[in-house]
Design a protein. Structure first.
Length: 229
């Protein structure tokens, strides 16, 4: 059986950008645990200094973009600020939302001590507006698969907003799910990122293969999910 290498998880690379399929449980950057992190792994692969363009939560999986030049970093940061980068996630929930498709808008307040965000229906002091679109794309006997387009990039946004509507993500005990997954992952996957190439200006879409886990793979078949660009 083929033993996975760093290169196997590279989804896209050129002189400006590297996209990597992060496994659940690996932090994007160093944190208080001191555990190995994705930035150092990708730096070793690239053999040069690189910068993180955006982050996804440690227990989630999926595509993360890195910039290999200061110009690429500035161009991609601008696209994030202007919200022209499209980020699509997949989330597995136990409780089916009341609507099969909806736009959720909340105001998130981050608790630094607990590293947790609370979603409020109305704006409160120091809160930040968070918006996403979701649609139900498949169901099993016990779980439901949501496709989510993230319209803002707030701390733990998808996790907090789905919990706020009574549909916490499978395994996400921090945000209302009753039981953790054995590997401490959560069923949240950063599936696709679309951006304009910093030099050519052409639209590029990177797709991260779905985790090789039984429930995820059931939904790959059930929803006929795209697993590569």
């Amino acid at each position: 059986m083929h033993e996975e290498t760093i290169g196997d998880r590279i989804l896209y690379k050129n002189n400006q950008i590297i996209a990597y399929n992060k496994p659940a449980g690996l932090p994007v950057q160093s944190d208080k645990t001191g555990d190995q992190n994705l930035l150092n792994i990708v730096k070793a692969f690239a053999k040069k200094s690189i910068d993180v363009v955006h982050r996804i939560d440690r227990p989630a999986s999926g595509v993360v973009l890195f910039a290999k030049t200061s110009g690429a970093l500035a161009a991609l940061n601008l696209q994030f600020q202007e919200r022209t980068i499209q980020k699509t996630y997949l989330a597995v929930v136990k409780n089916k939302p009341l609507k099969d498709a909806d736009t959720l808008t909340h105001f998130l307040l981050k608790n630094e001590k607990q590293n947790r965000s609370v979603a409020y229906d109305k704006e409160i002091a120091h809160s930040k507006k968070a918006t996403l679109n979701y649609k139900l794309i498949a169901s099993s006997d016990n779980y439901h698969l949501l496709e989510i387009d993230l319209l803002s990039g707030r701390h733990h946004q998808i996790r907090a907003q789905l919990n706020a509507i009574g549909s916490p993500i499978k395994g996400d005990v921090k945000y209302g799910f009753r039981r953790g997954n054995p590997d401490r992952s959560i069923h949240l996957h950063a599936w696709k990122v679309s951006f304009k190439h910093p030099v050519s200006g052409e639209l590029e879409t990177v797709v991260a293969p779905i985790p090789d886990e039984s429930l995820w793979q059931f939904f790959v078949k059930e929803a006929k999910l795209e697993t590569k660009a």
